[in-house]
Design a protein around this ligand. Structure first.
Ligand code: HEC
Ligand code: HEC
Ligand code: HEC
Ligand code: HEC
Ligand code: HEC
Length: 213
């Protein structure tokens, strides 16, 4: 008897098995890829726990306190900075001083221990980022952080992935706004003639070394 090693039937079975494996691996890879790209992985829209239930909607939205009152280094340095307890006490040393929600702030002042805010947006250490140049060149807070002044609890407005940085760096012109609009609400679509703004430098903003040193 000289039967072939693989009969037509076994070959068919093997093909189906291989196809099955390929599809399973493909589906798994797709799931991982989609999860990695999903807002959940990137934590968009999820607010971390904070030591005080601080609301941007009240303070920046309704009371219209300027972003720079609390994030005072955003125009001058790489970091926007977070407000000290003293900044809150400008108003709250009297206003709502006895409200239970404010007790962590009062305690922080009495015990001289800063509030430890949980970070919402972070980049890995290998990425270089600078707030001041973006502010100077008319990039609105909202284009990277979403409408913070609508947020009761602060959540990530955008994933801030490399792709998002590059999407703008390839062609920032249509995304720029007048300086006064950088901090104000709902300005992402209200672009202005860039003649008013300092031009963006000619050097390519998409070079790896722009963001990775
Ligand atoms: C009265 C003070 C105050 C004002 C005004 C204010 N903020 Fe904040 N901001 C805070 C505090 C406190 C935190 C930290 C707690 C939190 O994340 O909610 C914070 C956090 C943030 C964060 C998240 C920081 C991180 O960890 O990544 C962003 C983004 C932000 N603010 C943007 C803005 C923008 C944009 C404006 C103006 C529209 C603004 N803030 C106005 C006090 C303020
Ligand atoms: C310029 C004045 C001002 C500053 C500065 C300020 N607040 Fe307020 N805050 C208010 C006012 C006014 C209210 C009442 C808002 C309302 O109920 O409509 C308030 C309310 C609150 C409340 C009660 C809950 C709420 O949102 O109504 C908390 C908590 C609070 N502030 C925390 C903070 C913290 C933390 C800081 C510092 C990062 C801060 N505030 C800075 C004016 C201020
Ligand atoms: C081009 C995108 C971009 C713009 C525009 C931008 N931010 Fe940010 N912001 C970021 C990134 C990215 C981080 C995280 C930085 C890190 O982890 O090093 C951040 C972090 C922050 C933080 C946390 C504290 C800190 O200093 O890192 C605050 C507060 C903040 N931004 C406020 C603002 C405000 C207010 C504006 C507008 C005046 C603004 N941002 C404009 C991208 C942006
Ligand atoms: C909505 C547009 C926009 C987004 C989003 C954006 N940028 Fe920019 N970025 C600019 C503009 C405009 C400049 C200023 C270019 C100039 O004139 O030098 C700039 C400049 C920079 C510079 C300084 C370049 C230099 O050589 O001086 C760095 C670093 C930078 N961006 C990093 C980032 C990173 C990291 C992200 C993502 C987290 C990001 N940017 C997202 C528009 C953007
Ligand atoms: C405009 C800013 C910017 C430029 C230009 C840029 N990157 Fe990135 N890169 C980022 C940011 C932001 C991250 C972090 C992304 C995250 O955490 O999701 C990153 C992450 C990475 C990572 C880590 C992998 C990852 O997904 O976290 C590698 C590798 C990388 N970049 C390589 C490059 C190379 C190569 C170039 C040039 C072709 C380049 N980058 C240009 C902003 C930039």
């Amino acid at each position: 008897m000289n039967r072939p090693l693989f009969t037509a039937r076994t070959t068919h079975g093997v093909r189906i098995a291989i196809l099955g494996c390929v599809l399973t691996v493909g589906a798994a890879a797709f799931t991982v890829f989609e999860y990695y790209r999903s807002p959940y992985w990137n934590r968009v829209g999820l607010a971390p726990d904070q030591p005080v239930l601080f609301s941007h909607r009240h303070h920046a939205g309704e009371l219209r306190i300027d972003c720079r009152f609390c994030h005072s280094t955003v125009e001058s340095s790489a970091r926007a900075g977070l407000p000290s307890t003293q900044t809150c006490l400008v108003c709250h040393s009297q206003l709502f001083r006895d409200a239970p929600l404010l007790q962590p702030v009062i305690r922080s002042a009495e015990e001289n221990v800063p509030l430890s805010w949980s970070r919402v947006n972070t980049l890995p250490d290998h990425v270089h980022f600078d707030h001041s140049i973006h502010v100077a060149k008319g990039v609105a807070c909202a284009s990277c952080h979403g409408e913070v002044s609508d947020m009761a609890l602060t959540a990530k407005g955008h994933a801030l992935t490399m792709r998002e940085c590059l999407d703008c760096h390839r062609d920032p012109e249509p995304r720029r706004v007048a300086h006064a609009q950088v901090f104000s609400r709902r300005t992402t679509s209200a672009t202005v003639s860039c003649a008013i703004l300092e031009p963006v430098h000619a050097r390519p903003l998409t070079n790896c070394s722009t963001c990775h040193h």
